[in-house]
Design a protein around this ligand. Structure first.
Ligand code: NAD
Length: 491
């Protein structure tokens, strides 16, 4: 392994424009997943820190909301420029935080965060426009107004991206944010806060506090918080939505999935295999929208499986800081244990292990490495076909007919994403029309540019991130009726 840069932040939290420490909070050790070494130590926010962050946000927000959208947007676009200029440094930090290979983080993490600041910084000039409603002599107009203090709570798979995907639309719309990253990946969001302030963001508008499942509720239950946006698992989503309902906060829920990816016999098979591999092995399988149930039409099953096996066994696993590495470790020891236990279930429940299934022996040290794994002959009732594994485990299921596969694809509580590979354009649109998911792909998989809404249906959540749609979730409509004639009262 290459020598690692020092990444200990000057304080655990970033509040009101500066780093803040309170060592009374529970110690959180940040481990580099490739070696298990401690790379930073932070403390969970105490109730006093939570109060301080929310108070700073509440104080700063009205003045920010009163600025012109163009002026707000200019600061966000400057932040995007700084992120791009520091892409290498931020990508290395993201790799240390998550264990994802630098080959990925350099193209997918700070850059997608920068896209978000650039996009929302640009569209906000018109994105909050209202409407004029003629009513005969009278008329009405609508305006979009910010919500106030918004809370963002992140998962550990895309720490910088999540911090930006929540922060950019919230700030663009005129809100303030308090963001809590996952306890597994505390570092990236602090850098985003630093960069926003360097770009000219007034103090108090983007605060980061550390913490875990005990800290989150302090934010979610706070009466000065108007909105909570969570990226996390379905069980956490249920708890957070229930707590937010206490005083009717706005909520966005970006939760888990068990998404179907359907490959018809006429598909470009190499493309479909590439899509299935990206949709199962990118980020060591730790992607919410992954197409983890790969339905392959029976006629092409053997060809699909043999080429998939060959390509999967060529994936290079190792030092995430090495540009040639294609797959790094999992984020934590616990997450790897969880994935290994699912692999055991796959074996005992009768799926065919096509490749992988264990810990690779070509990587030394204490890293949380795992082999990219493919199970074939998976059936709908197997645990590995029903539950979100959140690791590099692809389940291949066979099917015969279109109607059959649509029904089976939809037979899940989740509804985050879905994909279809076919050369028949009519079928492609017919099938996606019937699939129950929030984000769908035809002849590709997992691409999420900022211009396009992203989010789930069913138990995978509600609300949308990215695109103009995200602004609706960080603002509300105010309607004004304008009476132009004397009021005629019957009494
Ligand atoms: P998690 O649900 O364990 O934790 C998510 C966040 O919620 C963490 O910051 C955690 O500290 C916090 N939290 C936990 N309990 C809480 C509570 N009661 N109140 C408030 N906050 C609480 O999820 P994870 O293990 O960090 O991430 C993996 C999950 O996230 C997977 O299910 C994955 O599918 C999902 N995910 C979804 C998306 C999406 O956009 N839909 C993106 C990435 C990850």
């Amino acid at each position: 392994m290459k020598a690692q840069p020092k990444v200990q932040p000057p304080g655990s939290h970033f509040i009101d424009g500066e780093y803040v420490e309170d060592t009374a909070g529970t110690l959180i050790e940040s481990l580099y997943p490739a070696t298990g070494e401690v790379i930073a130590r932070v403390h969970a926010a105490t109730p006093a820190i939570v109060e301080r962050a929310i108070a700073a946000a509440k104080r700063a927000q009205p003045e920010w909301a009163a600025m012109s959208p163009t002026a707000r947007g200019r600061i966000l676009k400057r932040a995007a420029d700084i992120m791009r200029a520091r892409n290498r440094e931020l990508s290395e930090l993201e790799t240390l935080d998550t264990g994802k290979p630098i080959q990925e983080t350099i193209v997918a993490d700070p850059t997608s965060g920068a896209d978000s600041f650039e996009f929302f910084g640009g569209v906000i000039a018109t994105g909050m426009n209202g409407s004029y409603i003629p009513l005969g002599g009278d008329w009405a107009y609508t305006k979009r107004v910010p919500l106030g203090v918004c809370v963002g709570i992140g998962a550990w798979n895309y720490p910088q991206q999540i911090a930006c995907w929540k922060g950019a639309p919230a700030l663009a719309a005129g809100n303030a944010m308090v963001f809590k990253p996952s306890e597994n990946t505390p570092l990236g969001a602090l850098k985003i806060a630093e960069i926003l302030h360097e770009a000219g963001l007034p103090k108090g508008l983007y605060n980061v506090i550390q913490g875990d499942r005990d800290t989150g509720p302090l934010l979610v239950n706070h009466s000065d918080v108007a909105k909570v946006s969570l990226t996390g698992s379905v069980p956490t989503g249920r708890k957070v939505a229930a707590a937010a309902a206490g005083n009717l906060k706005h909520v966005t829920m970006e939760l888990g999935g068990k998404s179907p990816l359907i490959v018809f016999e006429d598909a470009d098979i190499d493309s479909a295999i590439g899509g299935a591999m990206l949709g199962n092995f990118y980020s060591t399988g730790q992607v919410c929208s992954n197409g983890t149930r790969v339905f392959v039409q029976r006629d092409i099953k053997q060809e699909f499986l043999s080429r998939l096996k060959e390509r999967t066994e060529k994936i290079s696993i190792g030092d995430p800081m090495d540009e040639a590495t294609q797959m790094g470790p999992m984020v934590s020891f616990d997450q790897r244990e969880k994935v290994l236990s699912y692999i055991d279930k796959g074996k005992t429940e009768g799926a065919t292990l096509l490749t992988g299934g264990g810990i690779p022996n070509n990587v030394s040290g204490e890293g949380y490495y795992i082999q990219p794994t493919v199970f074939a002959d998976v059936t709908d009732e197997m645990t590995i076909a029903r539950e979100e594994i959140f690791g590099p485990v692809m389940c291949v299921l066979d099917f015969e007919h279109e109607d059959e596969v649509i029904a089976r694809a939809n037979a899940t509580e989740f509804g985050l994403s879905a994909g279809v590979f076919t050369a028949d354009i009519t079928r492609a649109h017919r099938v996606v029309d019937q699939l129950e998911a929030g984000t769908l792909w035809i002849n590709t998989y997992n691409l999420c540019p900022v211009e396009m809404p992203f989010g789930g249906s069913k138990q995978s959540g509600f609300g949308r991130e990215n695109s103009l749609a995200a602004l609706d979730h960080y603002s509300e409509l105010k309607t004004v009726y304008v009476g132009m004639a004397p009021v005629e009262a019957p009494y």
